[in-house]
Design a protein around this ligand. Structure first.
Ligand SMILES: [Zn+2]
Length: 148
């Protein structure tokens, strides 16, 4: 199978990593807006930071509900929600069990910024897919990230 591809604008990439570094040692979260190409390839153009409203932001994230709604309204009719971003301040950029329990699996992509080495942030993007009808667990399929 061909690898899934996703594109991201350089400015969105820079903003996403900058926000993740700023939030340290807490997990950062935010949204990527953009559009799907005619071939169905998601392209992220804009990063919108959202406050982490989790009770324990050192180890989890929860998109602040009001900021989330504001961001979705702000983009409505212009750009689509392409991805959800969060950071892992101390661990590798792979989804945790908790991350895979998200209700947001219909969004094209989930991005994780790892700051295990803050001088060298690493980013991975995944599609979360259902395995089977009856099985509620999701599997993470890694994207090939292309920078625009
Ligand atoms: Zn996570």
């Amino acid at each position: 199978m061909d690898r899934l591809q996703i594109r991201i604008h350089r400015q969105a990439w820079t903003d996403m990593i900058g926000h993740s570094l700023e939030a340290m040692p807490r997990e950062a979260c935010g949204l990527l807006f953009g559009c799907l190409s005619s071939a169905g390839i998601p392209g992220a153009l804009t990063y919108v930071p959202v406050s982490n409203a989790a009770a324990n932001p050192l180890h989890s994230f929860e998109l602040h509900p009001q900021e989330l709604v504001r961001a979705l309204y702000g983009a409505a009719g212009k750009q689509e929600l392409i991805g959800i971003v969060h950071s892992h301040p101390r661990t590798a950029p792979y989804p945790s069990e908790h991350d895979l329990a998200t209700l947001w699996h219909t969004i094209p992509s989930h991005w994780i910024v790892s700051l295990r080495d803050p001088s060298l942030p690493t980013v991975k993007a995944f599609a979360f897919r259902k395995r089977q009808q009856e099985d509620f667990r999701l599997e993470a399929i890694s994207y090939e990230i292309v920078m625009d």
